[in-house]
Ligand binder design. Structure first.
Ligand code: CUA
Length: 151
């Protein structure tokens, strides 16, 4: 009798853990990148929202920047944003792994082909921000950059 109770309790605990892990992995998106949103890199140009890259105002002083990265540039290539706005970058790569780094801020993301990378930032100081690729992506890697103008 006592053994039966212990077996039931152990199995019960195991099931609870499995449910928690399953929930975290699938519902909260905490799993490895392969479980996150993935699109065919060849079809980035025809897959929303990347079929229409650019800056969209999505709320009160809130913007989304949909961006594609490809050897060796960023699309859109020049971005203008108001100072103090909440900015959400949604990015993917059309070919190989690129980087998205803005020196002087804490923005430093890896953008992998077909994987959707999201990063939010508020530029609190006006200026010209240099955006660089910090993942070696081929012979044009050194020249892969763009600017974000905040004013
Ligand atoms: Cu893109 Cu280095």
């Amino acid at each position: 009798r006592l053994e039966e109770i212990w077996i039931t309790v152990s199995v019960g605990i195991l099931i609870v853990f499995m449910i928690i892990v399953g929930y975290q992995t699938f519902a909260l998106g905490m799993g490895p990148p392969s479980h996150k949103e993935v699109i065919d890199p060849q079809k980035v140009d025809t897959t929303a929202p990347f079929n229409n890259p650019g800056i969209k105002e999505i709320g009160d002083n809130e913007f989304e920047v949909v961006m594609t990265l490809q050897a060796f540039g960023f699309t859109p290539n020049s971005i203008e944003l108001p100072v103090g706005a909440e900015v959400h970058f949604t990015m993917t790569s059309k070919d190989v792994t690129h980087g998205f780094q803005i020196p002087g801020t804490n923005i430093n993301a890896m953008v992998m082909p077909g994987h959707i990378q999201k990063i939010s930032h508020t530029f609190t100081k006006p200026g010209e921000y240099l955006v660089i690729c910090n993942e070696y992506c081929g012979i044009g890697h050194q020249a892969m950059s763009t600017t974000i103008t905040v004013k």
